[in-house]
Each structure stands twice: as C-alpha cells, then as structure tokens.
Design a protein around this ligand. Structure first.
Ligand code: AMP
Ligand code: MG
Length: 534
C-alpha cells in the first residue's frame, strides 16, 4: 500500500498468523489533531523505531492508530474474565488494538499495542477512547515500575488526539502506545474454556508454551505433564511478580483475571497506587468496596485467578500426568495420605474449585507448590534484601514481620523507613527512629537486627549500598501523580509530569533538591482514592 508508513519496526505477527479465531482485525480511528505529548526514546531505540527518518507528525499519526504501518496487522484480541469474582464471558480489547509483534534489537518478541484508539468489535457500549489523564497515568506508573525492576508492560508514547471524549465531563482524548511481552491473559484462556472449545484452549496453551515458557516442552520424558508444567511456570511468574509488588508497597487495584498477564508482567494500570504509611489493608480504588484487591489480599487474589486459569487447563490434563504430578512436585505420600481430604476441602473453598476431586488434587497441588510456596520464598528473599541480609536464617520472617507490625501500628512511611535503615547500618539511627512517634519498641527491634547482621558479615558501606539498590527513595507518590495528571488533563501543562518522570527514572539514586519527591503528602487526613475508566 503506497500510503503505508515505513516505521523501521521489524514486524513478525505470530498471534495474527497462528491464532485465527482469537481476534477481530481492527483499525484504529484517525485522530483529528494528533500531537506527541510523551515519548520514550530509549524504548523506541530498543524496538528499532526509525525516529531519525520519521517526523514528529508521522510518529503521532502512527502511534494514535489512524494510519497503516508497513508490516503491522492490527487486531483486537478477544478474552473473557472474572471481574471482582464475577465471570464476564465476553470482554476483549474494547478500546485498544494490537498493532502487531516486533522483533526488537535483541531479537525479543514484543507486542505493540494502542490503548484509546477507537471502538472495536468488542467495545460493547463503550466509545473505545481514553483520556489524557488515564494514558499519562499508565505511562508514568509503568515506566516507574520498570525502573524499580518489576516485570511490567512498558509505555512507548502518549498522543493527544485533539478530540474531546464524553465522561462525567468532557475530557481531552489520548492514545497510549504500550509494549508487552504479550497481552495474553488468564481471561484469554477463560473465553475459550467457557465455550467448551478445548481445541482452542490447547492451541493457545501450545502457543504460550512456545512463546513464553519454552522450558516447559524440553522434558520429553514427562511430555504428558506439559500443561501442568505450564500452570506451574505461570504460577511461579505470578508469585515472583506479586512478591515484588508487596516488597515495594504497590497496590494494583483491579486484579481481575482479564488483567492478569500469562507471562507475568504487571498489566493494566488503572486504579493502582503505592502505599505511603504502611497499612496491610491499604485500599485506594473507589469501586473496590469490599477490599477484594487491597494490599494484603493481592497474593490470595492472584492465587484465586490462577485457580481459574488452572480450570481452563483441566481438559488438557491426562490421568498419567496427574499421577506423576506428585512426584514432579515432591509431595510426600504420607502428607497426601494424612491430609489430602482435609486439605482438599480447604483448598476447594479457598480457590472455589468445584470440579472432579482427583483433578482438584492435581490442580491444588500444583497451585500450592508453584504459587504459594514460591510466593513465600520470593517475598522473604525480597525482605532479606531490603534488610541488607545476604544469607538466610529461620528467624528472618519474624524479624520482617515484627518490623511491619510496628510500622502498621504507628503508620510509618514504608518507602522512607527502608531507605532510612541503610543509614542505621553505619550507626546513624536518627532518620529511622524519627519516623516512629513512639520509638521504644523499634529501638529494641534495631538491636535484634544488629545482632542478626553480626551473623551476616559485610562492611557497612557494602551493606548500605546493597540496601539502597533495592529500597527506592523515589516512588510515584500519590499526591504528585494526581497533581501531574490533573495539570496535564485540565491545563495541558505537562511540566510536572515531565519532572516526575525524570525523578522516577532513577528511583534508587538520591539527588539534591528532590526532597519533596521523597515524601507523602503533608495532608495526612486526606484519603487517596483512585478511579477506573476515563
Ligand atoms: P479495564 O478495566 O481497562 O481492564 O477494562 C475492562 C474491559 O472494558 C476491557 O474489555 C476493556 O477493553 C473494556 N473497556 C474499558 N473502557 C472502555 C471504553 N471506553 N470503550 C470500550 N471498551 C472499554
Ligand atoms: Mg483490562
């Protein structure tokens, strides 16, 4: 086609080519006046986007969805999902399209996806659009998470479309370009499983193994187990991801199964937020009235979603695989004999699995071993790093739990405290103790921690540097994110957004003059609330 833009991107669209029936071809709307308002040049370079030969106008047109790009095969993916525990059999990309997959400069396969690019076959009653506020928020949060070393989708650009979109009040519209290892979700599996399309579930599972978990298919002697192994790998990725969220104080806010990526990246930044003062029950989303996705409910919520994923694989799990499962996961037979029934009943209630009993056992075993056990290990390992410990001792969990309990009771700032602990390593305890209104118990804890460190010899300088490399000083503070987004949305003033983005690009490096970016809002009475939609 002559009016195609040559982007320099090396498209190779395996989803479009191999998974016919899993999507509807879909073109984005042509934006009336597209303007680039945020652009991630390092990511663009990594993808191979030819910014030298593309004008800003061309980039804006291309990344808002209205023009054909050479090699792209735009489509809307179909999926279902459990939203707040209730199954929606028909969701799908209602306001986004997958432009295609690109092999980047390191030959990694990455989805390029536009959010807010107009209606698709799956828009239902929605307009297919997004606002500047929502897209810049996702840009800021996703890039902050990437710099915090959390697996995440990335943000490539935000284009303001020049269009006004109808919400509670008219809002300026925008399109986010995001990059992901893929956009396959638990909900993608649920869509086909719900329709009894086992062949399609298998096709999708094989595709996912090939694309994301090739290690699953390299055990020829236990080929039968490959879908259980897939389940196990997905559980592990999610365990690692949620442990990182918990270690950093991140609340996703809307962990519906359609927002849970199969490859283990944080997906869909809606009503997410970071906790300021430590509160295990922290909850920000205006629509999460029962606290289903509050901070400390994230591990069980992930496990619940994984149980839904597991169910979709049930028809693919043969009897042979089930029998060898216990060996594969080292579940002791004594344990199984003694506790099987009770444990199964508990798991059933916990995970809401209501299928045939023998299959329940296989799934519950895999879920427990691959998610729960791994999650606990990853979380604890993360806490050890936060506390500057390089070896492991049995008492470490209690040490971490005791600290968190004190922090919760005294509403201590989570990010600031861990950062201040690095100073305490070399005897400067003031910054940490000053965060406690009543520091007596904390001082005792400091003593326990000092004794523990004695059994893990490192120089204070080395330990403090290791702690500062995992405990950020700058996170996206809620009040600052809100100010930046409001100024951008309402006054087209992007200065705070840009400033914040710069600060968050080096979250572990303390810099002079940025003190205000390292603190919670001075207004401690205001409860931060996040909203979906827009
Ligand atoms: P989310 O809450 O962003 O994960 O979206 C849940 C579902 O609603 C997905 O299928 C979205 O594509 C769809 N959706 C959200 N907003 C819109 C919109 N403005 N127009 C059409 N579909 C939407
Ligand atoms: Mg979503």
């Amino acid at each position: 086609m002559s009016n195609e833009i040559n982007s320099g991107l090396n498209f190779d669209n395996s989803y479009a080519e191999q998974l016919t029936g899993f999507y509807a071809p879909s073109q984005g709307d042509k934006a009336p006046a597209p303007v680039l308002i945020a652009f991630n040049q390092p990511l663009a370079n990594c993808l191979g986007l030819d910014t030298d030969n593309l004008s800003e106008r061309q980039l804006a047109a291309m990344l808002s969805g209205g023009v054909c790009i050479k090699g792209a095969a735009p489509l809307a993916q179909v999926y279902a999902g459990h939203q707040f525990g209730i199954f929606s059999p028909q969701l799908g990309d209602g306001r986004s399209i997958l432009l295609g997959e690109v092999l980047d400069k390191s030959a990694e396969r990455r989805d390029i996806h536009l959010k807010g690019s107009g209606p698709t076959a799956y828009s239902r009653a929605g307009d297919g659009k997004a606002s500047i506020g929502v897209t810049l928020r996702e840009y800021l949060m996703a890039e902050a998470m990437a710099q915090l070393n959390v697996p995440t989708t990335r943000a490539l650009s935000v284009i303001s479309t020049g269009e006004s979109i109808k919400r509670h009040k008219p809002l300026a519209g925008a399109v986010l370009a995001r990059v992901a290892s893929s956009h396959i979700r638990v909900g993608t599996f649920e869509y086909f499983a719900d329709r009894g399309q086992t062949g399609k579930v298998k096709q999708l599972a094989d595709y996912v193994i090939n694309r994301h978990y090739p290690q699953v298919s390299i055990y020829p002697e236990i080929q039968d187990n490959c879908y259980l192994r897939l389940l196990s790998e997905v559980c592990k990725s999610q365990a690692a991801l949620v442990a990182k969220w918990m270690n950093l104080g991140f609340v996703h806010g809307v962990m519906n199964s359609d927002n849970m990526s199969i490859c283990g990246e944080t997906l869909d930044y809606g009503p997410c937020a970071f906790i300021d003062s430590y509160d295990p029950k922290a909850l920000f989303s205006s629509i999460d009235t029962l606290g289903r996705y509050r901070y400390n409910n994230q591990p069980p919520a992930a496990l619940w979603n994984l149980a839904r994923f597991a169910e979709t694989l049930l028809p693919l799990i043969s009897t042979g695989a089930k029998q060898s499962l216990e060996q594969a996961f080292n579940v002791s037979n004594d344990f199984a004999a003694n506790y099987r029934q009770k444990w199964l009943e508990r798991m059933r209630r916990k995970l809401a699995i209501y299928n045939d009993e023998s299959e329940d056992l296989a799934l519950a075993t895999t879920l427990m071993n691959s998610f729960e056990v791994n999650y606990q290990q990853y979380w604890l390992q993360g806490m050890r790093s936060k506390l500057g410990l390089s070896n492991a001792e049995a008492g470490d969990r209690k040490l971490a739990d005791d600290l968190l309990e004190m922090m919760g009771a005294q509403k201590v700032d989570y990010t600031q405290l861990f950062r201040a602990l690095a100073k305490a390593v070399s005897g400067e305890v003031g910054p940490a103790t000053d965060l406690f209104a009543q520091p007596l118990l904390f001082k005792q804890w400091l003593q326990c921690w000092a004794e523990r460190r004695e059994r893990d010899r490192q120089t204070p300088t080395f330990r403090a540097a290791a702690m500062n490399a995992v405990n950020p000083i700058y996170i996206p503070r809620n009040h600052l994110v809100e100010q930046a987004i409001t100024a951008a949305q309402e006054q087209a003033d992007y200065s705070l957004f840009e400033k914040l983005q710069g600060v968050l690009s080096l979250p572990f490096t303390e810099r002079e003059g940025l003190e205000q970016f390292a603190c919670a809002s001075a207004d401690t009475t205001a409860r931060y609330t996040t909203y979906c939609g827009a």
